[in-house]
Design a binder for this molecule. Structure first.
Ligand code: BTN
Length: 301
């Protein structure tokens, strides 16, 4: 059991620069305790100062280094951490992306996860991802980014390049959703030349787009506020309002796309819109319409 938990943190069980060596039963409280200390770059005092939310980010857990904030969030959620808590790390050693891909997470980015306790069934989870995309886009607008766009389902783009990804995961018990973990990775103060070669042409960073470093703490605070606002719409089932915000920032609708499904299945289509459940509606080359619930969507023009 202890070994498993160590793996959850990172290879050496090293969390926030401290070696965890506690009783298994004390693990959750050790993890919580360490998350209450300040780190060099991410400061709870700065984020909490004038934070205008009721529950999102009221409880902050900040780490110097973890395997993945989503993994820590899942672990803490199972140990009863409350709705809206945010887990933030300066660095992730095994950051996770969609479709089992890894996610580069060096110092300088914003890597965070929010624990939610929504009273919903599985069909509504894609809408949480779309709502989070809107919250990120609005955050970027507030810090001075012109025209951030959302590529279905969850990539935030600036000038056609990805600056942020979202990974939504659920914690279930006998098929009942107990928590949803919303993981957000923003390439903030990063140098594009440090990215792997294959990502350099398709990725951007806030530092590059804004021609200067961004205040990471302000970025996080603004996101927490935007996230709560849109999550309130979600909780009150105002799904159409969320979709309206999403559509007005869409990078996908009106473009020719390639839909890539598992097992190398792919086809070209024209993206017409987004359904009320958050699926992408496409028109295939034979004229038939399809709702794409999951899969990769590559823009062709
Ligand atoms: C994607 O576009 O593939 C999703 C990337 C999600 C990355 C974030 S960073 C914070 C959280 N922790 C993770 O391990 N992943 C998400």
């Amino acid at each position: 059991m202890k070994e498993e938990i160590l793996k959850l943190l990172n290879e050496e069980g090293n969390l926030s620069g401290e070696i965890i060596d506690a009783d298994v039963n004390d693990f959750a409280s050790s993890i919580e305790e360490i998350g209450k200390k300040e780190t060099e770059h991410i400061k709870s005092s700065e984020i909490s100062k004038e934070l205008n939310t009721k529950y999102v980010g009221k409880n902050l857990y900040i780490y110097k280094e973890v395997s993945s904030t989503n993994t820590i969030a899942k672990f803490l959620a199972r140990n009863g951490i409350e709705n809206g808590s945010a887990i933030i790390a300066e660095k992730q050693t095994s950051g996770r992306g969609r479709s089992g891909k890894s996610w580069e997470s060096p110092l300088g980015g914003v890597w965070l996860s929010i624990i939610l306790e929504p009273d919903v069934d599985y069909s509504k989870i894609p809408l949480i991802t779309l709502a989070t995309g809107v919250a990120v886009a609005k955050t970027l607008e507030k810090i001075g980014v012109e025209n951030p766009e959302i590529k279905w389902p969850n990539d935030i783009m600036i000038n056609g390049k990805k600056v942020c990804g979202i990974l939504t995961e659920s914690v279930t018990n006998f098929n009942i959703i107990e928590n949803v973990i919303v993981g957000v990775g923003i390439d903030a103060n990063l140098d594009i030349n440090d990215f792997p070669k294959e990502l350099q042409n398709i990725t951007t960073t806030l530092e590059k787009e804004l021609e200067g470093k961004v205040d990471e703490n302000l970025l996080i605070k603004t996101f927490l506020e935007e996230f709560e606002e849109i999550n309130e719409l979600f909780s009150h089932e105002c799904y159409e309002d969320i979709l309206k915000e999403w559509r007005s920032r869409s990078y996908t609708i009106g473009k020719t796309v390639e839909i890539r499904k598992p097992f190398n299945e792919y086809y070209e289509a024209y993206a017409i819109g987004i359904s009320k459940e958050g699926s992408l509606i496409v028109e295939k080359t034979d004229g038939t319409l399809e709702k794409v619930i999951s899969g990769e969507c590559v823009i062709k023009n």
